[in-house]
Design a protein around this ligand. Structure first.
Ligand code: FAD
Length: 369
């Protein structure tokens, strides 16, 4: 018998939820992570007493009451509501697209006026069968919204012209005919009081964790330590990239500490225009209604990915998706191995989705074994 029931590779939400559930069921777990900290992409770094979202702004939201209760057993959440602003052509607008935005853009005052304006724009600029992202967006919301909020932002995000991007990237562009700036439609939303590290620490309390340890630095040794492996790293890396490399889009973050208590008055401000290289500025203290004398802001720059950079967004086009399907087939042949999480499923998941997934997987696993 091996020393551990489960070796869990990755201390992000997937690995941490799995570890918590397995430990609760009486199993012995060892969690390893190659980074110098736990938490994966929800990790926050404390700078000037402010929780800085090191891997991008994270706002927790869900419609699932049991999942909300689940996370609240580890940490309480505040009532932060995500209401991003967008700076476009020198003017600030409310997001998501709602009656405030339409008023700021066109001066429309009633839902009837705003609807008529959008219908008119779509009738003029829409196309029958949109062949690229630009045509798709014009067909959904018309030219004014596209020019102010979508074109340049999207081109920075993907590093390509909107007319060269596939239409499927934008499936819908929700518009709201109420004066409601709440970005998410979910019933439950907030930020852990004291930051996301509290959530992860709560899950991993009493469980053995080793950071700065890469599974691939000695996989034979790690395999012998436990009966089963729970792997939340990249699926192509697990198979030594033998079928090829799955591609991602990356981000680069630049933090600044400023000698002011309030830089932009909001947690998230999008910078639409092409003359700014970054897509948004995050002012972290506002996630927790911080009262510190200083502030920390982060400029978010989209960038090309290569295997040396952080993998943020999977490129789920036909080429990459079929490569993933081949890796997925290989993974099903592996014994005593559980794959899960955003990197091993090559899929963008919100936090609540990853937690739900880890709960389902661990339940299935622990009921059988
Ligand atoms: P990760 O958090 O990536 O954890 C995987 C861990 O495995 C990492 O710590 C990694 O170091 C470790 N690992 C990998 N390979 C190895 C190895 N070989 N050996 C040891 N360790 C290894 N979700 C929301 O709900 N709301 C948001 O507002 C939101 N904002 C986001 C913003 C950005 C920019 C991004 C990219 C994502 C956002 N998300 C958001 C999604 C959220 O980050 C993910 O759902 C979540 O972090 C996924 O958890 P995970 O455990 O699958 O992966």
């Amino acid at each position: 018998k091996n020393e551990y029931d489960y070796l869990i590779v990755g201390s992000g939400l997937f690995g941490s939820v799995f570890a918590y559930e397995a430990t609760k069921a009486g199993k012995k777990c060892l969690v390893i992570d190659k980074r110098e900290h736990i938490g994966g992409n929800v990790y926050c770094e404390n700078i000037e007493g402010i929780n800085v979202h090191k891997y991008g702004a994270h706002i927790f939201h869900t419609n699932d009451k049991s999942l909300w209760n689940y996370v609240n057993q580890f940490v309480e959440f505040n009532n932060f509501t995500n209401s991003p602003m967008s700076l476009s052509k020198g003017k600030l607008y409310n997001l998501p697209f709602n009656m405030n935005t339409f008023n700021q853009l066109w001066g429309t005052k009633t839902p009837h006026e705003a609807k008529a304006k959008i219908d008119e724009q779509v009738a003029i600029y829409g196309v029958e069968n949109p062949k690229n992202l630009e045509e798709q967006a014009l067909s959904l919301v018309g030219k004014d919204i596209y020019d102010h909020f979508i074109k340049e932002y999207t081109e920075k995000q993907w590093g390509r012209k909107a007319s060269e991007l596939p239409a499927f990237i934008i499936k819908r562009l929700p518009v709201r005919f109420t004066f409601d700036n709440n970005y998410f439609n979910d019933i439950y939303q907030g930020i852990p009081i004291g930051g996301y590290n509290k959530l992860i620490e709560g899950m991993l309390e009493g469980i053995e964790v080793i950071t700065k340890t890469d599974y691939f630095s000695d996989r034979n040794k790690f395999n012998k330590l436990s009966n089963k492996i729970v792997y939340s790293g990249k699926i192509d890396e697990y198979f030594d990239y033998k079928l090829g490399i799955l591609e991602y889009r990356s981000l680069h973050f630049e933090n600044e500490i400023l000698e002011t208590d309030n830089f932009q008055g909001n947690a998230v401000v999008n910078y639409n225009d092409a003359n700014y290289d970054f897509t948004r500025i995050i002012e972290h203290k506002h996630f927790e209604f911080g009262k510190q004398n200083k502030t920390v802001i982060t400029k978010e720059y989209p960038q090309e990915w290569n295997p040396g950079r952080e993998a943020f967004y999977p490129i789920n086009d036909v080429k990459n998706q079929s490569l993933f399907d081949e890796y997925k087939k290989l993974s099903l042949e592996e014994k005593n191995l559980i794959f899960g999480g955003r990197l091993s499923e090559y899929k963008y998941y919100d936090m609540h989705q990853v937690i739900a997934l880890a709960l389902t997987r661990s339940k299935k696993e622990l009921e059988n074994g």
